[in-house]
Ligand binder design. Structure first.
Ligand code: FRU
Length: 534
């Protein structure tokens, strides 16, 4: 009945207004084809050669450090060092993106622009829930960003200073504080990268600041007036390079004991040269950070994880320490062979602390959201070569590979990513000297820098932990293999390596190879991963 009525209304309308009908029809068709075109354009946009499919990268142009990582009302904010006018580093802005699952990102307009006080260098953001700054109200407390001003007017470099900005609309728009800068120095050229944390016991904000060769701690009751409390690091840790992007954070170790951890990025004497991030485990009493650590400890032994910090204000019910770093290295970041954008972030990671004071990192569990088809195999004895591409009924690109193997003491397990042009990345697990090695020397485009081809080495313990017990000869490996990067997590994240690469055609083959002895693959599984841009 209803249908018949609609049909007659329809034909009545067409006969009465034929021109109007035609016009409407054409606009609907145009609109439809436009939105289809837009969808295709988006796909093309994030489908350029080397564009990461599992990792955040800017829509276009230059990106370095993650900044201002803060969670608020269901959204993870990711700001980042951004230069919107070029694919090489320049006058720094804060780019901005949000995600509700740490995996899929929405690009938002630039949050902070340079002003008369300088370019906007790295820093952090906090949810000032008690409105200690007075920049919001009790009912609408502000998000406050704390960043470094880098002033090099007319090529003259002035001392760096710290400024703040605030947002009253969940980070959508930002106002700079009228009294900026809030923290200055007269002498030092390097005075930067404030990361601020709330210290519950003393009811104060604590800022960790990188000052050339040490970390300075400042405290404040309102994020505006800052007092110098102490310094750390003159005598300890790696010092062949400049200290940058520190973070002081509280963590509970796996035994439930509260400890304080200090991250310090260093450029350029990372574990495999260039940029890297070291950490110290110790205690913080509201004034001083102390640590009896003698050994130099690295968050990641690969070449491409720098300036990483954690999200603040993660809800207590969640309780995770969520970390993300810049997936590049100052040795070559400005010349990597991508066209309309440069650089990406690591996959977000959950950090935990062992009772003997080592950090472990693993991809966040939200990785599951990307998982598609799975192929499983094992146990089997690996004799010579085993090609996954021959077995797996889907394209090996991009994928997550999980592996557990057993080896005698003189064998090497190689995992080889390759393409039809004979380009490859080899990840080797060497039981002779307990190392993991990533060799990207034949990975495609390497000549853009004279250090990119080098191999990277990390110490690993061969053997999987089950609770506190280490099963002597089992090693467990998780790998995230994207279009232009690999992240390897060994033994539940005890050792991590992140490396980027630029093959002329994607690596769609994965081969296991046993060298010099017997390897038993206890189990292996590979998941096809969906793109984060879908
Ligand atoms: C680290 C760093 C920071 C600085 C920023 C400038 O990569 O050098 O120390 O704030 O990059 O873009």
């Amino acid at each position: 009945m209803k249908q018949r009525k609609f049909r007659s209304l329809h034909s009545h309308f067409i006969s009465k207004y034929p021109k109007l009908f035609l016009c409407l029809l054409v606009s609907v068709l145009v609109l439809f084809s436009c939105s289809e075109k837009r969808a295709i354009k988006e796909q093309e946009k994030y489908g350029e050669p080397h564009r990461p499919q599992l990792h955040f990268s800017p829509d276009s142009m230059w990106m370095n450090d993650p900044n201002g990582m803060v969670y608020l009302d269901g959204e993870y904010h990711l700001f980042y060092q951004y230069y919107p006018d070029s694919t090489v580093w320049g006058p720094m802005h804060w780019g901005h993106a949000i995600s509700c699952d740490l995996i899929h990102w929405e690009h938002l307009p630039i949050a902070l622009y340079p002003d008369s006080l300088g370019w906007i260098f790295s820093g952090s953001a906090v949810a000032d829930l008690q409105n200690t700054s007075g920049l919001g109200t009790a009912n609408n407390p502000p998000l406050v960003a704390i960043f470094t001003y880098h002033n090099n007017t007319n090529g003259i470099i002035f001392p760096q200073s710290q400024g703040i900005a605030y947002s009253l609309d969940k980070g959508r728009t930002w106002s700079k504080y009228a009294g900026n800068p809030v923290l200055i120095t007269n002498e030092l050229p390097d005075f930067r990268d404030p990361k601020v944390v709330w210290h519950e016991t003393s009811h104060k904000w604590i800022m960790a600041l990188a000052v050339k060769d040490h970390v300075a701690f400042y405290s404040s009751f309102n994020l505006i007036d800052w007092n110098h409390e102490s310094n750390f690091g003159f005598e300890v840790g790696e010092h062949r390079g400049i200290w940058e992007c520190p973070e002081l954070l509280k963590m509970e170790d796996e035994g439930g004991k509260e400890k304080w951890v200090l991250f310090v990025s260093i450029n350029s004497s990372g574990p495999n040269k260039g940029s890297g991030t070291q950490y110290f485990v110790g205690d913080f009493d509201g004034f001083n950070f102390t640590s009896s650590q003698k050994q130099i400890k690295w968050i990641d032994f690969g070449s491409d994880n720098y300036a990483g910090v954690t999200w603040s204000n993660v809800p207590k019910e969640d309780g995770r320490t969520l970390f993300l770093g810049w997936m590049s290295n100052w040795m070559y970041a400005t010349v990597v062979p991508t066209d309309n954008w440069r650089n990406a972030m690591t996959f977000p990671r959950e950090l935990t602390l062992t009772e003997d004071n080592f950090l472990r990192s693993l991809p966040v569990r939200e990785l599951e959201l990307l998982r598609g088809l799975e192929y499983k195999t094992g146990p089997f004895q690996l004799d010579g070569e085993f090609s996954l591409a021959d077995k797996v009924p889907f394209e090996l690109y991009p994928v997550e590979l999980n592996l557990e193997y057993e080896t005698n003491s003189d064998a090497i397990l190689e995992i080889i990513l390759s393409n039809s042009r004979k380009e490859k990345v080899v990840i080797a697990f060497n039981a002779v000297d307990n190392t993991m090695i990533i060799d990207r020397s034949k990975s495609g485009s390497v000549a853009f820098s004279d250090v990119f081809y080098t191999t990277h080495v990390a110490p690993i313990k061969q053997g999987t932990r089950v609770g506190d017990i280490r099963l002597k000869s089992n090693t467990q490996v998780q790998m995230l293999i994207d279009v232009s990067s690999i992240e390897v997590f060994v033994n539940e994240g005890e050792t991590v390596m992140t490396d980027i690469f630029f093959p002329s055609e994607p690596f769609k083959q994965i081969t296991f190879q046993a060298v010099n002895g017997n390897i038993k693959i206890e189990k292996a599984s590979v998941y096809k991963l969906n793109s984060i841009w879908n």
